[in-house]
Design a protein around this ligand. Structure first.
Ligand code: ZN
Length: 167
């Protein structure tokens, strides 16, 4: 028996994420299971809440409203930015997140939603904003986080030679 999931535990899950129409949005199938630190906001709040108290081997189906996931869509429509505003060697792809500077120098996260020869269209909503999320999750492992992991707010892999500290 593993301990139940609570804040400060590193949890490893396999998951499939679909939207309301049943379309596959994301899954852990094509890679490693996802490891996250419970209570640190690594995953959307609604899913973190659903996983609280679960144990290894538990499977759950969770329906998460936008307000407990990536929020409702809001604010201005997506807007095009001229290509020349980006560095020539910028490797821009649809779906990627970029950080712009606001008028007061503050960081503004934006997501690329379209690219053509002249412009890059960006949206300040997360791509999954406004979506109700349908998760199927299986809990694969649960362990206590190390002091270092708690300090960083994310898990470290067991043989994670590539762990870069981008904080
Ligand atoms: Zn770290």
């Amino acid at each position: 028996m593993s301990p139940p999931i609570s804040d400060g535990m590193v949890v490893t899950i396999n998951y499939v994420l679909r939207n309301r129409g049943g379309e596959l949005l994301d899954s852990s199938d094509d890679g490693e299971p996802l490891a996250y630190l419970q209570g640190a906001g690594n995953i959307v709040p609604g899913l973190e809440r659903e996983l609280e108290g679960k144990q290894v081997g538990d499977k759950l189906h969770a329906v998460i409203a936008p307000t407990d996931a990536y929020g409702e869509r809001s604010g201005p429509e997506p807007q095009p930015i001229p290509r020349e505003r980006f560095p020539d060697d910028a490797d821009i792809e649809e779906g990627m997140q970029i950080v712009a500077r606001g008028p007061d120098g503050e960081e503004v996260p934006l997501w690329v939603v379209g690219i053509d020869d002249d412009s890059v269209t960006v949206d300040h909503n997360h791509p999954l904003a406004g979506e109700t999320l349908y998760f199927d999750v299986e809990v694969m492992a649960v362990r206590a986080a190390t002091a270092e992991e708690k300090a960083h707010g994310h898990p470290h892999g067991l043989n994670d030679e590539d762990h870069h500290h981008h904080h």
